[in-house]
Design a protein around this ligand. Structure first.
Ligand code: ZN
Length: 503
């Protein structure tokens, strides 16, 4: 006989499913906007999006959800019901803590800031963007006060993307990475002009690039019956409330092989996670990755740990050569492997190699913490940026466009987002090592172009759980240890000392 409590839980799940449907409908509209919508659709589409977002926000923040959450009480620990209540409670609290006036102010400020940021970047004019950023920083600080925190306002912002993460622990993580890679970064800098990435440039027919990318996605285990690939300006992965429809988008450059090739592996990694989530969680708050960091661990795993390994290319490189005999016919496997792992301090984060990437993230983290706590003013940001570039990477950007203006995150209010990239990198290796320990046959499989054991382990230990466990809990269950930078540091140092002939 159903108890009063389970009836309340049933009603709660029903309301949450409706909210999920509204969000999924908004996602379909977003996917369409980024792929096929004609330019004339922009105005109408933004109204439709605003309406759906308002409806789902109102439902989530409603007194009815508050009442149902109260009535659901504390379900038995470790159960799906307990996880649903835990995640739904957090979403409800977050939705109610921000006054609607502040939500509207933030959305208005970022809507104005983003096009201005684009223009400012195009003309390398930080002064044009500065007043917008000042407004956004002030609003983010206000949001942090409403969201609440124990030690530092940044924690409140970080927690939106990485539940349970703390500024102090992120600082420790970056310190460990900075010190642990300093010698290697210095060593590769001496080879910055050796031109080893040259094989990646040349005529690479877009259709052939696409066919090769699709073949790789299929080999990884992407299920085309529950997904599709289209073209968009910015590559992304999107899903609609469950594992039955998980799409990716890619952009191709006919003169440069890397962007589409590695974006395909990256987005396929995100998609494999979403396709692997237990379908019983569809339309519940447990659908989706445990956090942005855990999600990024899956994209980086397939893009870097797998996709930039000699094991992977020993099977796939002959096939790539066959697809592009003119561009790659005279480049051997070792030279190609060196090319896809070419490392050097550079200005642009999204083009950075595995070794220096986290330094780009570290400096953004340090600057956004300083902006949020008020120890750095927006007016001083460009100088502070250049000083940090010099400190971490020993280079100074030629222009603000290639420096402080290069990322959209701050313009759209994403303070606290950057560290999730490095959390993802760290976790990618920690998880890969755990899979390898359980399945020592993974490298031999990869040499034959197979990934069944690796994907199977990720499915079993990470993917299927969705948001059932908190990120750190999930990682500890999967690997036996809390998230730690050590394995990732060893991976980087071994790989790059081998590539750059250091001992
Ligand atoms: Zn990603």
């Amino acid at each position: 006989m159903p108890s009063a409590q389970s009836e309340q839980l049933y009603l709660l799940k029903e309301r949450l499913a409706t909210i999920s449907d509204l969000k999924s409908a908004a996602s379909v509209l977003l996917w369409d906007q980024q792929t096929y919508m004609p330019a004339g659709g922009v105005a109408g589409r933004s109204e439709q999006q605003a309406t759906l977002n308002r409806l789902s926000h109102e439902m989530l923040a409603s007194g009815e959800i508050a009442r149902l959450l109260d009535a659901a009480g504390e379900p038995e620990p470790e159960t799906e019901a307990a996880a649903i209540v835990r995640v739904a409670r957090r979403k409800h609290e977050r939705a109610t803590r921000l006054p609607s006036r502040l939500v509207a102010d933030i959305s208005r400020a970022t809507a104005l800031a983003e096009p201005t940021w684009e223009q400012a970047r195009a003309t390398s004019d930080f002064a044009m963007f500065a007043p917008h950023l000042e407004k956004i920083v002030a609003l983010q600080r206000e949001a942090a006060e409403h969201l609440g925190y124990e030690d530092h306002p940044y924690d409140a912002l970080l927690d939106r993307y990485e539940p349970g993460a703390r500024k102090t622990r992120i600082e420790t993580m970056f310190d460990e990475l900075k010190h642990g890679t300093a010698d290697m970064v210095h060593a590769v800098s001496a080879h910055a002009e050796d031109g080893r990435e040259a094989p990646l440039f040349g005529p690479f027919d877009e259709g052939k690039q696409e066919a090769f990318g699709r073949m790789i996605s299929s080999s990884f285990g992407y299920d085309w019956g529950r997904g599709r690939q289209d073209r968009a300006v910015h590559p992304f992965c999107i899903n609609f409330g469950g594992p039955g429809d998980v799409r990716i988008t890619i952009r191709f450059d006919p003169g440069w092989l890397s962007p589409a090739l590695f974006a395909t592996m990256h987005e396929t990694g995100h998609a494999l996670y979403e396709q692997g989530i237990d379908s019983a969680y569809s339309r519940t708050p447990l659908a989706g990755g445990a956090s942005l960091g855990v999600h990024e661990s899956q994209s980086r795993l397939w893009e870097n740990v797998v996709g930039r390994s000699i094991t992977f290319w020993s099977y796939f490189y002959p096939r790539l050569q066959k697809a592009f005999p003119e561009a790659l016919g005279s480049t051997d496997l070792e030279a190609f492997y060196q090319a896809v792992n070419a490392a050097r301090p550079s200005e642009i984060r999204v083009e950075a190699d595995e070794l220096t990437y986290n330094l780009h993230v570290a400096l953004r983290f340090e600057l956004e913490v300083a902006l949020i706590e008020g120890s750095l003013s927006v007016a001083d940001l460009p100088d502070a940026w250049n000083a940090k570039m010099e400190e971490h990477l020993a280079i100074t950007p030629r222009t603000d466009a290639d420096g402080v203006l290069q990322d959209s995150h701050w313009a759209i209010g994403y303070f606290g987002y950057f560290p999730t990239y490095t959390i993802g990198n760290i976790l990618s290796v920690q998880l890969f090592n755990a899979a390898l320990e359980a399945h020592p046959e993974i490298p031999e499989q990869m040499e034959r172009g197979g990934f069944g054991s690796l994907l199977g382990w990720m499915r079993e230990n990470v993917h299927r759980h969705g948001k059932k466990y908190e990120p750190e809990d999930l990682i500890e269950r999967a690997t036996g240890r809390l998230p730690e930078a050590g394995p990732y540091l060893r991976y980087l140092n071994e790989k790059f000392s081998d590539l750059y002939g250091q001992s």
